[in-house]
Ligand binder design. Structure first.
Ligand SMILES: [Zn+2]
Length: 377
């Protein structure tokens, strides 16, 4: 029996332990991937430490314990199931962790991301059955996954950069929904964070002409602007407006044709107030479209009459499809999407608890936290 090392969580609020377990066998339509790098998102620290104090073993959104977390695995295909025909052992891949049931009305009609059982492998989700079927997150040396979840990596995209695709993809799918493209202006609310920086890099790749970004840390904002000084404008803003009319809205309108931006993507972190998102919404022009991938949890004081008369759209977006993952690595291979600004901070699997405890120490979105499960000592 072949065995592997996996970092497993046995109880919320406790450190993970490195356990030796059996290497799984891929089912007919699955593949076995040897993980070379797994991205770690800052929110994982909140999840496994039971930050909100609400997680119990019978919490239906969380995987059964002991659980193997790890949202963004990249590695090499080790084995394929007997019904996998277009993926071969040895291929470099990113594993999209988005799982759906495959047989509900939404899945059958090709809208898998609207599946009521939608689940993120290696994180949490809406289906205990799916979490039991795919219990391997990327903080393990091998994982199984459906062949349909694989994004094939060109040689020019490193495993470390691929381990960041979760954030990139979240931003990309959202920005596609609001039509970011040539000639368009976009406001990225929270541009220097893990999501916001990736949104900025993608907006440059997608041809957005004017990219406006808010943040709090002027030094980080200056680094973001330096990515493309002619196209990116940044403004450090407090959470609440300092005056009326709001200086943020005045600034955005002035830079965007006098009327406001075409699109807005909200990338604010957990704990940000509703007012911080509302201010960005008010930067939209008439007919402007907003999409939310941030973590504002307060109820927004939305004026439906204002939305109607100004033809404002606001949409939520979660994660990204495997096809969108293929788009992004193609852009990276072509050189239009620049991944070189990421600073990879790679740690061995044996340091997973230290990594989780130290995630506040980062240069905003520029730091890319990666665990290498091939190293356990
Ligand atoms: Zn379904």
């Amino acid at each position: 029996m072949a065995t592997m090392i996996a970092a497993r969580l046995h109880a919320y609020g406790q450190p993970m332990t490195l356990d030796r377990i059996e290497v799984p066998q891929p089912r007919a339509t699955d593949v076995l991937v040897e993980v070379k790098a797994c991205g770690v998102v800052p929110n994982l620290t909140r999840v496994v430490s039971n930050y909100f104090g609400t997680l119990t073993p019978d919490n239906k959104m969380m995987p059964p314990l002991p659980a193997i977390f790890g949202l963004d695995p990249a590695g090499v295909v080790a084995k394929v199931g007997e019904q996998v025909w277009h993926v071969r052992p040895g291929e470099r891949v990113y594993v999209n962790p988005g799982r759906s049931c495959g047989s509900c009305r939404m899945c059958r009609s090709g809208q898998a991301y609207d599946c009521p059982s939608w689940t993120l492998q290696g994180y949490f989700g809406r289906s205990q059955e799916i979490m039991r079927a795919y219990p391997y997150g990327g903080l393990a040396q091998f994982i199984t996954a459906p062949a349909t979840a694989l994004v094939k990596l060109p040689d020019s995209v490193s495993f470390e950069a691929a381990a960041r695709l979760g954030y990139f993809g979240t931003a990309y799918a959202a920005m596609k929904k609001i039509g970011v493209g040539p000639g368009q202006s976009l406001l990225i609310n929270g541009i220097s964070g893990q999501l916001g920086l990736n949104a900025a890099l993608l907006a440059l790749a997608m041809g957005a002409t004017k990219i406006l970004g808010t943040g709090r840390n002027q030094k980080l904002l200056d680094r973001v602007k330096a990515l493309s000084p002619k196209r990116i404008e940044v403004l450090a803003v407090p959470n609440a407006p300092s005056a009326q009319p709001d200086p943020l809205v005045v600034w955005a309108r002035k830079l965007a044709d006098g009327h406001g931006v075409d699109g807005m993507i909200d990338c604010l972190p957990p704990g940000a107030p509703a007012s911080a998102m509302m201010r960005a919404l008010y930067c939209l022009r008439r007919g402007g479209r907003a999409v939310n991938v941030g973590a504002v949890m307060e109820t927004l004081p939305i004026n439906a009459f204002w939305m109607m008369t100004n033809r404002i759209s606001l949409q939520g977006s979660v994660w990204f499809t495997t096809g969108e993952g293929e788009d992004m690595v193609a852009m990276a291979a072509a050189g239009t999407l620049d991944l070189s600004v990421l600073r990879h901070r790679v740690s061995p699997l044996s340091k997973v608890n230290e990594v989780l405890a130290g995630m506040d120490d980062r240069d905003g979105g520029f730091t890319n936290f990666v665990i290498d499960p091939t190293r356990v000592g």
